[in-house]
Design a protein around this ligand. Sequence first.
Ligand code: C5P
Length: 234
Amino acid sequence: PATGALAGVRVLITAGGTREPLDPVRYLGNKSSGKQGVALAEAALAAGASVTLIHAPMEVPAPAGATIQRIETALELRSATLAAAATADVVIMAAAVADFRPASISSGKIKKRDNVDDPVITLVRNPDILLEVVAHRAAQNQQQLIVGFAAETGDDQGDARSYAEQKLRRKGCDLLVVNEVGPGDSGAERVFGQDTNQVEILSLDGASPVQSGGSKREVADAVVHLIAQRLSTG
Ligand code: C5P
């Protein structure tokens, strides 16, 4: 049997950036590399957990030893995640989920034509999967531990921390791992695709925020450590 801080614990992780199709060859995507999600899967496996990784396209391979489910769109991520969450002790939502998807998918390639107006893309909201996982927990398994991620920027209305605290309450997850993305491109470039990360982990129960930085694996180990602590005292 597995040994380690998460021995026997079933951990579900989502990772990667969803793709929302426009036509058979095009999609709307985002810059998520999947590296932080994969590092979390590796850290949880190393701690003895049994890991299911549901992932959208990523720049890195999925780890050996996890049960893998590959999806593309937010709606696919939603059905796979809600099904798998029913048997998970811990859910970590590291995927970058598109907030919007094209309202319709063209069955043929969208063409450029002379003397015809350029196409306009109408977007509709995707469901918030994290909110749904939290709502299902209330009905099914109140012991389940749910971890969200957030990339926050501050503005003249408030700092990144206060936005993150509002998000934690709105989402209702137990832990929120917050990247401060900083204004402008350079901040986003510090997170997306990089091998390092700098985060603050906020707790819904009011425990003091935990800072972690370094490689994405080091950040993952810090998240796994906090999870193990909560499971042992919960
Ligand atoms: O609201 P925001 O996108 O900043 O929240 C980020 C967190 O919510 C991440 O954990 C992400 O995986 C999750 N999320 C989700 N469904 C969405 C958007 C975000 O589960 N449609």
